[in-house]
Design a protein around this ligand. Sequence first.
Ligand code: HEC
Length: 478
Amino acid sequence: MTSTRSSTSCKLIARLRVLPRDRSRVPTVIPLIDGQRFQPMFFHLNWMFVLLVYFASPALGDGKVSFSAQVAPLLQSQCVACHGDDVAEADYRLDTYERLMLLADGSPAVIREQAGDSKLFQVLVHEDEDLRMPSESDSLPVASINLMRRWITEGAGFDGESKDQSLSELLPLKTHPQAPEIYPARIPLSAMAFNPAGDQLLISGYHEITVWNLEGELLQRIGDQGERTYSIDLHPTLPLVLSASGRPGVSGELRLFDLSTGSLKSVLVATDEVIMDARFSPDGKTIAVAMPDGSTQLISTETGSVTGRLLGHSDQVTSLAWHADGIRLATTSRDHTAKVFDCQSGASVATFTGHTKAVNDIVFLNNDQALSVSNDGTAQLWNVRDGKRIREVLRGKTPVLTLALAPDKYAVGGSMATQWFKRDGNQPIKRFDEPKHWTTISVFDAPGSTFVIGTQAGDVVIRKNETSVTQFEAIPGN
Ligand code: HEC
């Protein structure tokens, strides 16, 4: 992990009133929710908005199940890591329509119109946990199981171009609605990254990433994102922007964009829940993806295919950090733990169990130490060799949401004041009490001389050399 990596903490609730062109299709109140981290405070609001959207959404599920748009993304995200090119458990591959129809022994995996007799369906609802798929995970959500049942019952049809196309090629290149020219309300900032030159900021918007200079001028708008962007990462050498976006409870996507033109290059993952973080490895060859099902996928940047799956968390993965060695990867989860994996063997090499609530962000401070922050209000320093706590660096009453790393220091932010600590020794060095709103995201530039925070209310505060302070709202039109 380099020092310029943004962290993707923060999922807050806020309302954004959009001015829909077609009121019959677009809900008038769109929640920018991820209540998961702040449920206690906003729980009721949260449900209200969820319901509103549910009723206002255009009817889903009219007509037949689409293999390309619905079945392929499900199988791609849940099954292909163990039944694909690299790994094919039970010699069964599900990475093309043609292959997934046949088992290794030549018998059909799918009997058209008869879900109950189809092996592909039986394994989803198997009573024996060892035989139920996806293996080593919870069973699929009921909606996904029903989707598979419907698809088979309706004849298990194919609606792509060619039956030997890989599922990843079939993933719908969904075009997202255009971002409003002028935002009618503020939105919480959930992702931020410096451009390679360090003179521009890429910031999460509404169905877009906005690009600003450090004076607060809007320079570029990279559209075609899911509703909210949870993570932005730049390739270490190529002009590529990786974004994880989506809408809680509905969809999540990992997309790759060209930084210079802002055009979409590929959709790497599409799933039914938001993806909260995705990071290029230090050499840029691998992308680690924090999956909502608790797994972490490793994807080849070049081919887009899944090369590994790291298992062990029992709930959504919330953030990731690569070790400088390019082999170890730290992960945090809503399951209250943080882990370190060896990406070559796929093994979990350390688990930190010292937090009591969802863990939001993590950084490697040096070869052997990681620091993680949590909704439990603490920042904990621990040894990545054995998972043992070294010490508690900070304890407060409110969630700690974001970490940023510079060569000599790190910043801890959340609903409390942002604080800087020495990277070596962890002594506090500075404390910033403004602004009024929760700090939801923070980032240092590569040298560590410019420090930027984003807030729940859309404010950006830039500190250069600890003296000059610039502030703007990353809200187009404001
Ligand atoms: C973590 C790895 C893993 C994942 C993920 C996974 N599988 Fe499996 N799958 C296995 C293993 C291992 C077996 C062999 C089980 C056995 O027979 O003991 C298997 C067997 C199967 C079989 C039986 C093949 C046969 O010839 O009998 C089917 C069908 C299957 N999986 C479908 C799926 C589907 C559909 C998904 C996604 C929803 C999925 N698998 C996800 C590991 C996995």
